[in-house]
Design a protein around this ligand. Structure first.
Ligand code: ATP
Ligand code: MG
Length: 178
């Protein structure tokens, strides 16, 4: 994977597949660490799924084929001196936390997080997404539930264009202020 925003897209797609109506994406950055936490209120995972989630080739008798989203992000995290943790409860939801060492030689760039978020909005506009980006003492926040209350349609091209730039500029400004 070439950047973190594509990994984040994969993890949130899992949340959408699990029927989540709310997904929060929190990124906390300091001088050394880059921590991504994605929380959803989807259907959650049972013990068996959780046990095998890091094995991309796990297959049950019923030929259920597991995918690559989680193992790939876990691999990226480990390559950057970090790890990926999952907590999940059937009927409640899932929390995926990814810890990366941001000065590691293999650390990936964040990429176009604004594009990732509008891609998610386009694919599931009824879902509410919260983005929190904390860099030292500076915070950027966006909540699509709040945005929706002030506009006719969140999927209008101009709105999406605005959201994408708002996110990418917002993140950049937290980095410049440090
Ligand atoms: N947020 C989640 N809520 C509920 N189940 C999840 C969640 N994330 C992952 N899972 C379960 O773990 C499995 C593995 O996820 P993973 O992203 O690694 O692969 P995939 O989504 O099946 O395929 P791919 O990501 O390659 O398209 C999923 O198929 C799903 O059963
Ligand atoms: Mg997946």
């Amino acid at each position: 994977m070439e950047d973190l925003s594509l990994h984040i897209l994969d993890i949130v797609e899992n949340s959408l597949n699990a029927g989540a109506s709310n997904v929060s994406i929190k990124i906390v950055e300091d001088d050394e660490n880059f921590i991504v936490t994605i929380v959803d209120n989807g259907k959650g995972m049972d013990e068996e799924t959780l046990k095998n989630i890091f094995d991309p080739f796990f297959t049950t008798k019923n030929a259920r084929n597991f995918g690559f989203g989680i193992p790939l992000f876990a691999q990226t995290a480990e390559q950057c001196g970090g790890r990926l943790d999952i907590k999940s409860k059937v009927g409640f939801g899932t929390e995926v936390s990814v810890y990366l060492k941001k000065n590691h030689i293999d650390m990936l760039p964040i990429g176009d997080l604004g594009l990732t978020i509008i891609t998610l909005i386009i694919s599931n506009p009824e879902v509410n997404y919260q983005l929190i980006y904390k860099n030292g003492n500076y915070i950027y926040e966006l909540d699509t539930a709040e945005l929706k209350s002030g506009i006719d349609s969140i999927t209008e091209a101009q709105t999406l264009h605005f959201i994408r730039n708002h996110i990418n500029d917002g993140i950049k400004s937290t980095q410049n202020q440090r």
